[in-house]
Design a protein around this ligand. Structure first.
Ligand code: PLP
Length: 399
């Protein structure tokens, strides 16, 4: 029987990677595409981090390591959690995986039984629902509003909690909205999860890219009694421009860390040895590179979003961090393209912008909100301005 599994047949490929691939193919064919779809910093990995990797290779640090990461990297993670959040974790409470994505995958496999529910505020990162589903879990979506800067309404969240609820996923700063949940909201969610006995998966992958200049916080740092409920997910991809190195980490209760390590031991084993050494250099070395990138993202964000808001029909909350904005563009739905096609939703608008403006972006439907489009500003100001001009011209042609 050469049929594929029901599980894989039900799985959709990552739409963000698909759009990125479409834009790259057009670019390779010589089409001048402005790519505003990227989910990674446009900067190179800082020199001292690359040097650490070269040294690891030259010194023969090229063999299997402990499954959950080398002690040196676990110590570096504990040090960062303490410096950045004032949180004290020991090395048995952290583990390293092949990117934040594998941390999330391991977690879903470790905590979910078939039918268990996971509350996911929308707009959400595209991979959350499939990761939950691959573990037999059921995503329960909590919608939020662009007009409210995508804030979580605690009463609506409480209404969704059932006896089957196992976890809620928080991502702040958020991909795709760039929104940061305010401290009061995070505190209330933490207290609610303690009361209801559910996990909070706090995806802090963009925590170092925040524009308010303040220290990051999460449920465990704001509500100490929620520490047992908090599963902290982070990594080096976004903060240190290290997406290709594939290093992410988990901090949480020892039993969950042990369970995830067991899953990893029977799937991928350790993350790459050389990349682990590079991650040690990233977490323990000079942090100015992080602040320099943060400054560039903030400058681009303000320039881009302010110009975007000047285009009639677009409304866009100002992001608090990350490198994305998520404007509501539904005012253009129902309009006609010069070819006479009706724009019915974010997929049509995304295609129209790619074909007519030669701008690649990601339709909001991929993130659970069809009203919006995600633009990434992980590219230089000149490219952003070129993209804006093209978007404006293309939108003016809709009637
Ligand atoms: N979480 C969010 C919200 C993301 O946007 C990403 C990457 O795009 C990840 C997790 C995973 O990052 P990585 O696997 O590169 O660490």
């Amino acid at each position: 029987n050469l049929e594929l599994s029901q599980r894989v047949k039900a799985l959709k490929p990552s739409p963000t990677l698909a759009t990125d691939a479409k834009a790259k193919t057009l670019k390779a064919q010589g089409v001048d595409i402005v790519n505003l779809s990227a989910g990674e910093p446009d900067f190179d990995t800082p020199t001292h981090i690359r040097e650490a990797a070269k040294e690891a290779i030259d010194s023969g640090f090229t063999r299997y390591t402990p499954v959950g990461g080398i002690p040196e990297l676990k110590a570096a993670i504990c040090m960062r959690l303490e410096q950045d959040y004032g949180l004290k974790y020991n090395e048995t409470e952290v583990m390293v995986s092949t990117g934040g994505k594998q941390v999330l995958y391991n977690l879903a496999q470790a905590i979910l039984d078939p039918g268990d529910e996971v509350i996911i505020p929308a707009p959400y990162w595209v991979s959350y629902p499939p990761i939950v589903e691959l573990a037999g879990g059921v995503p329960v979506i909590l919608p939020t509003e662009p007009s409210d800067n995508f804030a979580i309404n605690i009463d609506k969240l409480a209404d969704l909690i059932t006896s089957k609820t196992k976890a809620i996923i928080l991502n702040s700063p958020s991909n795709p909205t760039g929104a940061i949940y305010d401290q009061e909201t995070v505190k209330k969610i933490a207290l609610l999860s303690v009361e209801k006995g559910i996990y909070i998966i706090t995806d802090d992958i963009y925590d170092r890219i925040r524009f308010d200049g303040k220290e990051p916080y999460n449920c465990a740092s704001l509500v100490p009694e929620a520490r047992q409920n908090c599963l902290i997910v982070n990594g080096v991809s976004k903060a240190y421009a290290m997406t290709g190195w594939r290093i992410g980490y988990l901090a949480g209760p020892e039993n969950v860390v042990k369970a995830c390590t067991k899953i990893q031991s029977q799937s991928t084993s350790n993350p790459t040895s050389v990349a682990q050494k590079a991650a040690v250099a990233a977490l323990t070395g000079p942090q100015d590179c992080v602040f320099e990138m943060q400054k560039a993202f903030k400058e681009r964000c303000h320039a881009f979003v302010e110009s975007l808001r000047n285009i009639p029909g677009i409304s866009c909350p100002m992001p608090d961090g990350a490198f994305y904005c998520f404007p509501d563009m539904s005012a253009f739905y129902g309009k006609k393209t010069p070819e006479g096609n009706i724009i019915k939703g974010s997929l049509d608008l995304g295609d129209y912008l790619l074909e007519h403006a030669r701008v690649a972006c990601i339709p909001g439907i991929a993130f659970g909100d069809d009203r919006c489009i995600r633009f990434s500003f992980a590219t230089d100001l000149q490219t952003l301005n070129k993209g804006l001009e093209r978007i404006k011209n293309a939108l003016e042609k809709l009637s």
